[in-house]
Design a protein around this ligand. Structure first.
Ligand SMILES: Cc1cc2nc3c(=O)[nH]c(=O)nc-3n(C[C@H](O)[C@H](O)[C@H](O)COP(=O)(O)OP(=O)(O)OC[C@H]3O[C@@H](n4cnc5c(N)ncnc54)[C@H](O)[C@@H]3O)c2cc1C
Length: 457
């Protein structure tokens, strides 16, 4: 398929993914003499760092997921296509994507692959059914339904043991997402829902944060890890460290301590935030170029973010592995801008062998723990508590896409952080149960396509 506004002979850039990497790369090519096709499997750009606020009723979907087409509507050199990229043929310069029954082939001169990462269950994919991860809007809405649904079911139960199970929430993984999630479930139970039920007291809820590592927020280390743990404990979160999850089922999970003793926790609602697996497109690229692909599925890239033998193909963000760079939004954004800059330079006659290596500028990282409390690390500077939280608010607002999203987010935050209310507490049966139906449908489609292509070939 060719871009309808494309001009013959103009350089064609295909961008895969509308996340931080893909969107920033596309925007950085705004004034370049190129035709861009952005292909993504969702119609929106997603601000993943605030997904947990959608899951816990603070923000709406629209606040953190603007439609990509609308964000880019004034950028005339780009067209946005909805589709799941199934294959990339580097030698032929073609990307094949699918939307339902429709297959689309898009040709490129330069390619930017920014398909991100999904949740990893470390080989135990069956855990996903009982402990959803937090990577997509669907995940966040499903979790919202599961969290609020557990309180509703507890209100209806007369069996003390069942109530206890329904009011026990386990978050697996004590990285930033797990810490933020555990803190927000505790605040939901202790502040927002307090007094809203007649038969149960939501403040009886147990929130347990489990991790195999010996510290909360291990990447921050030392003082900040301790501060975060103290703050969580003050909120009533129980922290279990050095604890590996060995099984998850509908009614609970099993954790193994460092001495090998296993304990079962009865809990209806489990949240998985313990690992990532890069897009499977990385393996395809590895097979075609000989680039190494690590256990998390990330592709080892050259210092200029390209693949061996393909100076026109950039892999950026969570999909790439280079110098042990972390899976952070800034790495993806800066990678996107770098790839765009090198494509522009190429149009002006610069040679790939003269490129300066990609250099990541670390602007620091931060995580909220609860209302009025966050930890932040900027270079050697370590900040925690209220000042950290104000920094967190300002920085997240700065990077939200679009004025309307910022405005509505400020209003929702004012309601939630100054008062007790949360504006987004609705959830539907469909949000909780549709995933299983969609999984079955997708599996059927995959099997059918595989059979059809076997028969055709
Ligand atoms: C819950 C959560 C909290 C986080 N918090 C922070 C934080 O506080 N600070 C921070 O710096 N980072 C945070 N991160 C990490 C940050 O969001 C990622 O590092 C960043 O999004 C990576 O950008 P990306 O462009 O590589 O991938 P993504 O932003 O994940 O985008 C990938 C894009 O590719 C599309 N896609 C995937 N596969 C296909 C396919 N086959 N075909 C077509 N399209 C496809 C997706 O739909 C999406 O548009 C968080 C991540 C999560 C999940």
């Amino acid at each position: 398929m060719s871009n309808p506004s494309a001009r013959p002979g103009r350089h064609r850039v295909v961008v895969i993914g509308s996340g931080f990497g893909g969107l920033f790369a596309t925007q950085a090519l705004k004034r370049a003499d190129v035709d861009i096709t952005l292909v993504a499997r969702t119609t929106h750009h997603l601000f993943q760092p605030l997904l947990y606020q959608v899951a816990t009723g603070i923000l709406s979907v629209g606040d953190i997921a603007p439609a990509t087409r609308m964000v880019l509507r004034k950028q005339k050199n780009v067209e946005v296509l909805l589709g799941d990229v199934e294959s990339i043929d580097l030698a032929a310069g073609k990307v094949t994507s699918r939307l339902l029954e429709r297959e689309t082939v898009t040709e490129f001169d330069s390619l930017i692959v920014a398909a991100g990462a999904g949740q990893s269950y470390f080989g135990n994919d069956h855990f996903a059914e009982f402990a959803p991860g937090m990577k997509t809007i669907d995940d966040a809405l499903e979790l919202r339904g599961r969290i609020l649904g557990a309180f509703e079911q507890a209100e209806l139960s007369d069996d003390p043991e069942e109530r206890r199970r329904l009011l026990t929430f386990v978050v697996v993984g004590a990285g930033p997402t797990g810490v933020e999630m555990a803190g927000q479930i505790a605040e939901l139970a202790n502040r927002t829902l307090a007094g809203a039920f007649r038969r149960i007291d939501p403040r009886d809820a147990r929130v347990i944060l489990v991790d195999g590592a010996p510290a909360v927020l291990p990447v921050y280390g030392g003082k900040l890890s301790r501060k975060a743990a103290e703050r969580l404990e003050k909120l009533g979160v129980e922290i279990q460290l050095n604890a590996m999850v060995t099984n998850v089922d509908v009614n609970g999970l099993v954790v193994k301590d460092k001495d090998g003793n296993e304990t079962r926790i009865e809990a209806q609602c489990k949240v998985w935030s313990a690992g990532v697996q890069a897009s499977p497109l990385g393996r395809q690229l590895g097979e075609q170029t000989g680039a190494e692909v690590d256990r998390a599925g990330r592709v080892h890239v050259n210092p200029d973010l390209t693949l061996p033998g393909y100076p026109n193909v950039f892999v950026i963000g969570d999909m790439m592995s280079l110098d042990k760079l972390p899976g952070l939004a800034q790495v993806a954004m800066q990678g996107g801008k770098y790839a765009a800059k090198e494509i522009r330079a190429g149009l002006d006659g610069a040679q790939p062998q003269d490129r300066q290596p990609f250099k990541y500028f670390d602007k620091g990282s931060m995580a909220t723990i609860s209302r009025h409390s966050a930890v932040a690390k900027v270079g050697k500077l370590e900040i925690s508590g209220f000042i950290g939280w104000i920094m967190w608010l300002v920085i997240h607002l700065m990077y939200l896409i679009g004025f309307r999203s910022r405005l509505s987010t400020v209003i929702s935050w004012t309601v939630s952080f100054l008062g007790r209310g949360r504006a987004q507490m609705a959830s539907t049966e469909q949000q909780v149960f549709a995933r299983n139906a969609i999984d079955v449908l997708q599996e059927q489609n995959r099997t059918r396509h595989a059979t059809e292509s076997r028969e055709a070939g």
